[in-house]
Design a protein around this ligand. Structure first.
Ligand SMILES: Nc1ncnc2c1ncn2[C@@H]1O[C@H](COP(=O)(O)OP(=O)(O)OP(=O)(O)O)[C@@H](O)[C@H]1O
Ligand SMILES: [Mg+2]
Length: 221
């Protein structure tokens, strides 16, 4: 494998005295996909949120370009590169295109560039036809694709997907799978949590099971 983008080491996390993560190490590589499985409540979401910088660990270190720092010191630069996608993405009360454009408000793109960027992204995810629709009125599967588009447009280096295909029908799953393939080909590092390994066959490079606070390597391609 190439050089890792980011290496997380010795992640520890407890809630109310109960230790959920006991020294988890995880390396993220460009264009590679990691699948995380494990029983309900084992700590998969907690781990993703710590990686995304959304949950504070008790302990953790992050290595970037060979330099290791404590989580607190490194997390600001990590947050810029990583997007966490919730299982049930929250849609703003506006059109699909406004939802997709949201993150671009914080970039240096001008109005014309933002419009072009939104058009391209909607085309990329096959959502051009629903661009003017109110996002909240769409089905769960389509909302999930809006959330993918909202993430894709910001070109994160790492995309963390929490149960991205739960409650999806076969067609939505297939469309989501194709988007994941293209994200991977574009060089994004993907980390997916799921109870359904079979949905991700073909794109997963490493499969870890989270058990008793540690990651167990189940398979590697
Ligand atoms: N903010 C919090 N405060 C207290 N306990 C929490 C908090 N967040 C998570 N937990 C607990 O930590 C444990 C791990 O939760 P987490 O949501 O990470 O599990 P999970 O593996 O994602 O589960 P699932 O498969 O149901 O999504 C659970 O026992 C949960 O109740
Ligand atoms: Mg979870």
């Amino acid at each position: 494998m190439n050089e890792p983008l980011l290496v997380f080491r010795e992640i520890e996390k407890s809630f109310s005295g109960s230790q959920i993560l006991c020294g988890v190490d995880l390396s993220l590589y460009p264009g590679k996909c990691i699948l995380l499985s494990g029983k309900n409540g084992v700590g998969k979401t907690t781990l993703l949120k710590i990686i995304a910088g959304l949950e504070i660990p008790d302990l953790a270190k992050i290595e970037i370009s060979g330099k290791t720092n404590c989580w607190k010191k490194a997390v600001r630069s990590v947050r810029k590169e990583i997007i966490y996608l919730h299982q049930h993405p929250i849609m703003f009360s506006s059109t699909v295109e406004s939802n997709v454009a949201y993150g671009l408000r914080f970039t240096s793109l001008n109005r014309k560039q933002r419009r072009e960027s939104v058009e391209e992204a909607l085309e990329w995810t096959g959502l051009t036809d629903v661009a003017k629709k109110q996002a909240k009125t769409l089905s769960g599967g389509v909302q999930q694709r809006v959330a993918f588009t909202r993430a894709w447009i910001l070109k994160p280096k790492v995309l963390l997907l929490d149960e991205p295909m739960a409650n999806m029908d076969h067609e939505s799953r297939e469309q989501t799978y194709q988007l994941l393939v293209r994200m991977k080909l574009a060089g994004m590092s993907l980390v997916i949590t799921s109870h359904f390994m079979q949905y991700f066959e073909g794109i997963v490079d490493q499969h870890f099971q989270l058990k008793n606070g540690a990651l167990e390597l189940k398979s590697k391609s």
